[in-house]
Design a protein. Sequence first.
Length: 119
Amino acid sequence: MVSRGIRGAITLENNSKEEIKSATVELVNEIIKENDIKIEDISFAIFTTTSDINADFPAKYAREFCNFKYVPMMCYYEMDVADSLKMCLRALVCVNTDKKQDEIKHIYLKEAKKLRKDL
């Protein structure tokens, strides 16, 4: 097994606890489903948000609603680059897997699909 990073992103309509919860759970569940991940194979997860999202921590909802109880997690802000996508929550999930790098499915939802048109 090797360690592989899986990226994902989703946009929110509003900066609210409920929307952060909904977006986090949707994104994490899609990453897990599309990559056939067992929770115990996750090394760690990093969540970032654009500076316009600050109503709550995405990791809180991954822990509570996605069974990430024992997964080490951190939350950060993204760089505030001019003309970049706003209201965006991003994830980097590091997993131990036998999959090759080109077999990993990175997940981009809603307006975040613009970030990686190549995928």
